[in-house]
Every structure is written in structure tokens, then in C-alpha cells.
Write a protein that binds this ligand. Structure first.
Ligand code: ZN
Length: 65
């Protein structure tokens, strides 16, 4: 699932079967709100993120470098 570190937004495979669409929705949420999105393969939200969200958000967005 993907989930927001700043609010209750989340999206899992039950809600959106397409992994591509989940990534798009996560990016849209980040763009719309400036919130940090994290992701995990587990179905439930982990209790404490170990890595700053900004690093993970950058990984979600395609780079042109
Ligand atoms: Zn959020």
C-alpha cells in the first residue's frame, strides 16, 4: 500500500488494483498537498517510518536526469 505521512490518505491493492494507478494517485496527493508519501508491501500501515518521507517521494517521481 501507499500512505501519507502527514494525513490519513492511503491506497492499497484492494482499493486500487493497478500498481501504476496507485503510484499516480500517490504522486497526485503529494503534488496537491505537499505531503510526504511512503509505501510498503504490507497491507497495513507501519507504525513508524524509518526514512524521511521526502526521500521516498523523490523515488516515486520519474526523473529526467
Ligand atoms: Zn496527505
Amino acid at each position: 500500500m501507499k500512505y501519507c505521512l502527514d494525513c490519513d490518505w492511503h491506497l492499497n491493492a484492494a482499493e486500487e488494483p493497478s500498481r501504476r494507478n496507485r503510484s499516480r494517485a500517490a504522486i497526485d496527493h503529494h503534488v496537491d498537498t505537499g505531503h510526504a508519501i511512503d509505501s510498503t508491501e504490507s497491507i497495513v500501515r507501519p507504525t513508524a517510518p524509518a526514512i524521511p518521507g521526502a526521500v521516498l517521494v523523490r523515488d516515486l517521481i520519474p526523473s529526467n536526469d
